[in-house]
Design a protein around this ligand. Structure first.
Ligand code: DX5
Ligand code: ZN
Length: 220
């Protein structure tokens, strides 16, 4: 079985101390750092853009997992790559030429992720499996941290895992939204191997303990 990857989402970190928060999550044993980019249009909330990614880059050696909740995404792919993103996730919703978006991300030398909202069926990624390095399954409706994990997404994760296995490609399946130690075993059993977590890491006093707790819960 592939190892469990934990990606704390800085959406739940202290925005006034972001450099230190990123460094702290790195010391605490995170695998990737998840950076949520929101545009107030694709999702009803705003966060930050490439300058924040650039500013955070010196504070961690971990892969920056950049989740673009922006519409359209294409005009900003190069800027996020140049700012220090390692993985760039684009939503199938709101990006009609998402296949080209993934090609662009790979041409920029970055890992290409495809994100899908709760209402989107797993088949939406079937013609992207030759290009995707990561599939990011939203287990909440994107826009806000601290929402409840949607268990309705578990069958979708199972289907995606079967699709990935059949593709014979090494594609990471991530879950994003409402991930806590209680849902870790469910998502892992369904086939997820990457877990984004905002509140369950940055909402805790001890980040190292929080990450270890998630990892242990996912290992079953
Ligand atoms: C939601 C974001 C998530 C969010 C997860 O739109 O994509 O990454 O930060 O936060 P929690 O873990 O609190 O649900
Ligand atoms: Zn996210």
């Amino acid at each position: 079985a592939s190892p469990i990857l934990i990606a704390p989402s800085i959406l739940s970190a202290d925005f006034a101390a972001m450099g230190e928060e990123v460094a702290a999550a790195t010391r605490a044993g995170a695998d990737w750092l998840h950076i949520d980019i929101m545009d107030g249009h694709f999702v009803p909330n705003l966060t930050f853009g490439p300058p924040m990614v650039r500013a955070l880059r010196p504070h961690s050696h971990l892969p920056f997992d950049v989740h673009l909740m922006i519409e359209p995404a294409d005009p900003l792919l190069e800027a996020f790559a140049a700012a220090g993103a390692d993985h760039i996730h684009v939503h199938v919703e709101g990006n009609p030429h998402v296949h080209r978006s993934l090609q662009t991300i790979r041409a920029l030398g970055k890992k290409a992720g495809v994100a899908i909202c709760p209402a989107t069926p797993p088949e939406a990624v079937s013609y992207l499996l030759d290009l995707a390095d990561v599939i990011l399954v939203m287990t909440v409706n994107p826009g806000f941290g601290g929402q409840r994990f949607l268990e309705s997404q578990l069958p979708k994760i199972r289907t995606l895992r079967e699709m990935v296995t059949a593709s014979k490609r090494d594609i990471v399946i991530g879950v994003d939204g409402g991930v806590d130690p209680l849902v870790m075993p469910l998502a892992a059993a369904a086939g997820a191997n990457m877990f984004v977590s905002g509140t369950a890491v940055f909402g805790q006093a001890d980040y190292a303990m929080a990450i270890a707790h998630l990892r242990q819960a996912g290992a079953g």
